[in-house]
Design a protein around this ligand. Sequence first.
Ligand code: FAD
Ligand code: S2G
Ligand code: ZN
Length: 476
Amino acid sequence: SSGLPGPTRHADFGSIEDSDLSTFERIIGKDYVKTSDIETFNKDWMGWYKGTGKCVLLPGSTDEVSAILKHCYERRLAVVPQSGNTGLVGASIPVFDEIVLSLKRINKHFDLDPSSGVLEVDAGFILEEIDQKLAADGYMVPLDLGSKASCLIGGNVATCAGGVRLLRYGSMHSNVLGLDVVLPDASGSVLKLGAALRKDNTSIHAHHVFIGSEGQLGIVTRVRLLVAPRPTSVHSALLGLESFDKVRQLLRAAKTDLSEILSSFELLDAETMRCVKENTGLSSALSSQPPFTVLIETSGSNSDHDTAKFEAFLEKCIENGLASDGVIAESATEANYFWKLREMATLSLLKDGFIYKNDISLPLEHFYKITEVLRERLGEDVIRVICYGHVGDGNAHINITSKEYSQELYDRIYPFLYEWVANHGGSISAEHGIGRLKKPYAHLGKESTELELNTRLKHFFDPRGILNPYKFFPKV
Ligand code: FAD
Ligand code: S2G
Ligand code: ZN
């Protein structure tokens, strides 16, 4: 939807023929080669793009993925790996007639070592399903995203998903110990990278290259992951603040005073709360309408200790004027309501019409400035500019809405926004990736040596460029 000239189909790519379909049927069985009712596999979650993929393959094992990629390499058939299809940069669906290779059926193997908390799991498990299976052994997945009911752990690895727990449990790079990956090369090579061990210094830890590679270097079929002890005492609070500078001070104070039990620190600015109220009817649990609301979560093992710590913290923040308002949830229902407000930040936008979504990182000294600059620049031409998200990680979700898409408005936002972010030491994509949506801007803030390295890696792993083409990596 960038209005910029779209890609043209690579001339050297093959087109699917009946003989290919019979080969695929021989590899995975007729039931799992779909050529009809495949619209949903060609449409991204936001409905920004539509692919014209003719065929969806649903392999059931690593070996079947290997046999498929070997054939696609020989025939130069382009392939898009797809998991939950909740990605937000148009990277999980075909641009033209690429084959969709769905990981949904690779969801059998699930092996937890309950003493070390190391889980080896097939890439096709739904994130929320994994979390529920782990609960029985007192563990949980070290990430939490709004899409957890649909996204698959293989997709989370491929996008290096962030979410509301990253502040406490680290990124996919911190928690992924190893991956099984299939390459789009002459033999459909299967790489088993990284053991199911916390410490293994016997290789170059190559699995990290595939984390965040957006399905363009190899297909992840199995994940070895460090999962987290499930906290038995979780508490949430909403705090109201009068300035963004106070939000920054509150973050420092939370890290110092809540320390090891701090698990989430999410921002909802006043415009976000107004959007949620207008579009869903849900009101803030704070009686005041502060310019900034922060949702803080603590996760520990001793409720008396944790609530005493949280109450003392909140009292101190009110007394020293850091927070103008604050409430700690007295029940799970109330805590869920606080998180519902946060979840509705994303979903309430849909009612406005077209959404120019942004997912940026910035040093906290510039974090909120860009939202104010955009409001100034766009004025009445937009319905709203809202800022919410993982401020604890320096990650802002700045969403701009208008009734419908307008090229003129797009050109007022981009590349201005991304250049401003890059010029202020930020990242134009904190967690959602580049995909198709941000491809025209992926070079911003990058040295040519790094861009050259990316191209060489792409060529090494995907010599014919058939894996998820037309997106982040250039065609080699
Ligand atoms: P898909 O969308 O199917 O694929 C994503 C990318 O990974 C594509 O490039 C695809 O080709 C590739 N891919 C998928 N599976 C594999 C595989 N097995 N091997 C190799 N490549 C693969 N993201 C965040 O980071 N943080 C959030 O807080 C967050 N919240 C969200 C809330 C909502 C309501 C929605 C709709 C999305 C949100 N997202 C968030 C974005 C999205 O959910 C994540 O990027 C998620 O990790 C995508 O997983 P998926 O299984 O849907 O992957
Ligand atoms: C979030 C997902 C969607 C959005 O809610 O944390 O990562 O609103 C986002 O951009
Ligand atoms: Zn997010």
